[in-house]
Design a protein around this ligand. Structure first.
Ligand SMILES: NC(=O)c1ccc[n+]([C@@H]2O[C@H](COP(=O)([O-])OP(=O)(O)OC[C@H]3O[C@@H](n4cnc5c(N)ncnc54)[C@H](O)[C@@H]3O)[C@@H](O)[C@H]2O)c1
Length: 322
């Protein structure tokens, strides 16, 4: 299989690329390196069935030329679309960021797929599409959906554009709704943020909000495993959405801060803010149903706390991202 991966130099894609190469696929990864870095791809770049191209996917002409210049990988059979803005607060401050990097990358990806007759897409969506539904359990068919961040809005709009494309030219679309994913190579996220701040200022750690925000976390190795399991086992519907996540209630930001301090700067004082939101558009607590995924026989190898602990050690050992 020849696979195109967008957002290939970010955090999650390199983990997926290793698995796809192991499964025997040929992989072309594209990224404009606005948040990712080539050093995240050191291992795949050594592989004979891997190629990388730097391109801004919002520039349709450049996107087309890039694919025309890489016909050596053979006709693309499926696209894993992971490119997006991953800095949610930045997207709140400037809504054009998510329009561009989260939505237009999807829009243009669908356009080049239609032109080239590529008929399968696997999309990195997010729990952010659900907005803040309080204590209601978030199953894949819950609605109506009212996202509370521009990022969530543009992910939901991307899902909508994809389902419309299924009606016109796509054979199938898998919409993976990710939880908070942790691991390396970290490019963003609460653990990386805490570690970088403790390195700059080892005496204290200031936490946004009162630390009671509670979320489920999944290690990136489990996330990739879940996506490949869904692709292999889900019944062949034209469009399927799957929540991916752990089966527990999650971990509070306070626990993450305590665990990070214990590993990185045990003498640091923890200072909390007020309110249970880290930023506008942050959903403080949600009940994520993963029953549909579990029905495929999949379980994560680590619960939220286990994933967080492993990621703290891994991120503490990784160099500072550029
Ligand atoms: N990490 C998480 O916890 C999480 C949670 C939910 C959803 N997701 C989704 O998973 C996907 C991967 O996330 P990640 O954590 O690896 O993020 P990331 O920021 O590390 O990777 C995204 C990549 O997309 C690239 N990109 C952005 N705009 C681009 C553009 N215009 N042209 C070309 N490349 C562009 C960036 O340079 C970056 O390398 C994203 O779609 C993200 O929204 C991630």
């Amino acid at each position: 299989m020849s696979v195109l991966i967008t957002g290939g130099a970010g955090f999650i894609a390199p983990n997926l690329i290793s698995r796809l190469l192991k499964r025997g696929d040929t992989v072309l990864a594209v990224d404009n390196l606005c948040r990712g870095t080539l050093s995240n791809l050191t291992e795949p770049l050594e592989h004979p069935r891997f190629a990388f191209a730097k391109v801004d996917l919002t520039d349709l002409g450049a996107y087309r030329s890039c694919l025309d210049g890489h016909t050596g990988i053979g006709p693309i059979t499926e696209v894993w679309h992971l490119a997006a803005n991953s800095d949610i607060p930045a997207g709140i401050a400037d809504s054009s960021i998510d329009l561009r990097d989260t939505f237009m990358t999807t829009f243009n990806t669908l356009k080049v797929m239609a032109e080239r007759g590529v008929r399968r897409i696997l999309f990195a969506s997010s729990s952010a599409i659900y907005g803040d539904l309080g204590e209601r359990e978030l199953t894949e068919d819950i609605g109506p959906l009212f996202p509370i961040s521009n990022y969530g809005a543009m992910k939901l709009a991307s899902e909508a554009a994809i389902t419309a494309a299924v009606e016109s030219f796509l054979e199938s679309a898998l919409l993976f709704r990710f939880p908070n994913v942790v691991g390396v190579p970290a490019t963003h996220g609460v653990i990386l943020d805490f570690i970088l701040r403790l390195r700059d200022q080892p005496a204290f750690l200031e936490v946004l909000g009162d630390g009671t925000q509670q979320k489920a976390y999944l290690h990136v190795s489990d996330l990739v495993d879940a996506m490949l399991t869904i692709q292999a086992r889900a019944t062949r519907a034209k469009v399927s959405a799957f929540n991916i996540g752990s089966t527990d209630d999650g971990v509070t930001v306070r626990r993450i801060a305590e665990e990070t301090v214990a590993v990185v700067a045990p003498q640091a004082e923890l200072r909390f803010g007020t309110g249970n939101r880290g930023w506008v558009g942050d959903v403080p607590r949600f009940r994520y149903s993963t029953a549909k995924l579990q029905a495929l026989g999949w379980r994560p190898s680590l619960d939220s706390m286990g994933a967080v602990r492993r990621a703290i050690r891994e991120i503490a050992a990784q160099g500072r991202p550029r």
